[in-house]
Design a protein. Structure first.
Length: 135
């Protein structure tokens, strides 16, 4: 039996019933189709805010196999890739829950990582504007 956790975007969880994530999991559709006839059980559902390391430790105690990052995390959380990498140190990671992996062609492609894999993070820097003085 595959043990599943879902990590929802913190801000979204303040106003969302999580029915999209839960329905996809319970019906084995969208990102959960990959499990086919394999039995799955949802053992953890939390949000991305707060102490993520503590949440990871809790998931490890529950022997979570795979963490699904919610579709809203993929589309709204600027730390999506960083969170995926952090989780992939301990679990397989699927980077969406419901809908299509590419947001119906309008969003970024969902990440899928096996335990121990990492994706390269792109560091972004804000450059100071060049101000030229008039002579």
């Amino acid at each position: 039996m595959k043990k599943i956790a879902i990590l929802v975007n913190e801000d979204t969880m303040q106003r969302c019933s999580c029915s999209g994530c839960l329905g996809a999991c319970m019906d084995k559709r969208d990102s959960f189709e990959r499990y086919g006839d394999e039995d799955i059980v949802l053992v953890s559902m939390t949000h991305s805010g707060g102490d993520l390391e503590k949440k990871i430790e809790s998931m490890k105690k529950k022997e979570v196999d795979v963490v699904h990052l919610s579709t809203c995390t993929k589309s709204k959380n600027t730390d999506y890739e960083k969170i995926a990498n952090q989780l992939a140190e301990h679990f397989d990671v699927v980077g969406y829950t419901h809908g299509t992996p590419d947001g119906k062609g309008k969003g970024k492609m969902a990440i899928t990582l096996k335990k121990g894999e990492q994706i390269p993070l792109v560091e972004t820097t804000i450059e100071e504007p060049i101000i030229e003085e008039s002579i």
